[in-house]
Design a protein around this ligand. Structure first.
Ligand code: PLP
Length: 447
């Protein structure tokens, strides 16, 4: 394993019950100034974080198996990222790239051109959030095609702004009562091997969606297909092999822009730079955020130059997009990923975790499916011996893990999926400890 030096001991260590008294105090203060609409998965408040450990305000050291939702792939305070941020803020924190541009933005664009799939000519635009990247990918696709319809999939998650809410599948909590939603969004069936009919292949699942698009929309009315190569919030759904390549080929034949939303799957998470690479899919536009800048807010779209260059001057941008501090953090993040071979590390994490969880699944009857790629791993929990989702059990498992000092996120349309997204710098012992706790929680909750 690569030598990684940490600032904080990489150990789970509890000194109070969770939440401790100082976290409880903050939780009480919070209610009088922050609306309940802003939820938090865990009730402990962070004081420090490094590698895969979060230290809370009561001095408890917790294992982080969520990376702040797939963001801190390089760890919570990677020294190179921290230094790059310090260096940049010593010079300037903002000029606005649309007013007085700077080199960092260009360097990030050069790197994304090189790292994203395909060796065609590319262009990159930087923004602040994943949702903003998705919005802009759709803007470019509509302008470039002169068409309106945008196709998204069952279980999709693309964000919380008006357009991206419309693209997102799940009503509660993302959409309910927040309409009306943006028009011209159409939803198609996803490939979901655990829940599809037995034996439905990836290409067959793609044909199912293609037939629906052709019959309901007409290929020549569709501006773009947007899809997460492995769905995130929707349940870490890995489509059957052949699904994505078949869809992408159909899109190409029909002048439909194929947008891969790699906001969650990108930046070494799945063992490649991007999840599309696994099946050699080359998207026309790729959306990126989360893991891109070690926790600094940055997002990007990289797309075919012939599409991106169609947009008129001033049509793309934003005050903070490609902030210089965030760009410096992104460049350091990419250096760290290469230096520590975090793609290899993601694959190693996947081998360990999938191996252990599959062995566990053979022993207990509440695990319906274990799936994932690299360090993006999920277990779908079900009522014993059935495929019926068990969200209550899922909550119970996450709560037991937290009580033992392990932060674990859930997801899924039915809320019955435990997802593991550890920082890719997690050390072997800490990962093993986190998995021990999870395994014990599943065995206990399953009884
Ligand atoms: C998180 C996420 C988004 C939205 O990103 P924000 O930065 O929260 O706006 C979009 N797409 C996918 C696949 C995501 O996981």
């Amino acid at each position: 394993m690569t030598d990684i030096t940490y600032r904080l001991p990489q150990k789970r260590h509890l000194v109070t019950e969770l939440p401790g008294p100082r976290s409880s105090e903050l939780a009480a203060r919070r209610t009088s100034v922050i609306p309940a609409g802003v939820g938090s998965s865990v009730p402990v408040y962070a004081a420090d974080a490094d590698g895969a450990v979060i230290v809370d305000v009561d001095g408890n050291s917790l294992i982080d198996l969520g990376s702040g939702i797939a963001v801190t792939n390089v760890g919570a305070s990677d020294p190179r990222v921290a230094q790059a941020v310090r260096d940049q803020v010593g010079h300037f924190t903002h000029t606005c790239f649309m007013v007085t541009p700077y080199e960092g933005y260009i360097r990030v664009a050069e790197q994304l051109s090189a790292l994203t799939p395909g060796d065609h000519e590319k262009r990159t635009v930087l923004f602040n959030s994943g949702a903003e990247a998705v919005e802009n990918a759709v803007k470019v696709a509509r302008l470039a095609t002169g068409r309106n319809a945008v196709v998204a999939f069952d279980h999709a998650y693309h964000g919380r702004t008006n357009l991206t809410m419309a693209l997102t599948a799940k009503n509660m909590p993302y959409k309910r009562d927040f309409g009306p939603f943006a028009p011209e969004i159409y939803r198609m069936p996803m490939s979901y091997p655990f829940r599809d009919d037995d034996g439905l292949t990836g290409p067959e699942a793609a044909r199912r969606a293609i037939t629906a698009m052709e019959k309901q929309l007409g290929a020549d009315g569709i501006a773009a297909i947007i899809i997460e190569p492995i769905q995130g919030e929707g349940g870490f759904i890995v489509p059957a092999p052949g699904f994505l390549p078949t869809l992408a080929a159909w899109a190409r034949e029909n002048g439909v822009v194929f947008i891969a939303d790699e906001v969650q799957t990108g930046f070494a998470r799945t063992g490649d730079w991007f999840a599309c690479e696994h099946e050699g899919v080359v998207p026309d536009i790729i959306t990126m955020a989360k893991g891109i800048a070690g926790g600094m807010p940055l997002s990007a779209i990289t797309g075919r130059a012939d599409l991106m260059d169609l947009v008129h001057v001033g049509g793309l941008g934003g005050t903070y997009g490609g902030n210089p501090v965030a760009c410096a953090a992104a460049l350091a993040t990419l250096d760290t990923m290469r230096e520590l071979d975090l793609r290899g590390r993601a694959r190693a994490i996947g081998d360990v975790a999938l191996g252990r969880l599959r062995a566990l699944a053979a022993e207990v009857d509440v695990i319906g499916d274990v799936r994932g790629r690299g360090a993006m791993i999920a277990i779908e929990l079900v009522r014993p011996g059935t495929a019926e989702p068990d969200p209550d059990l899922t909550k119970k498992v996450a709560a037991r893990c937290l009580a033992e000092g392990v932060i674990i996120l859930t997801c899924g349309t039915h809320g019955n999926v435990i997802r593991l997204l550890p920082p890719l710098v997690i050390d072997d012992d800490l990962l093993a400890d986190g998995l021990d706790v999870l395994e014990t929680a599943i065995r206990a909750a399953g009884n």
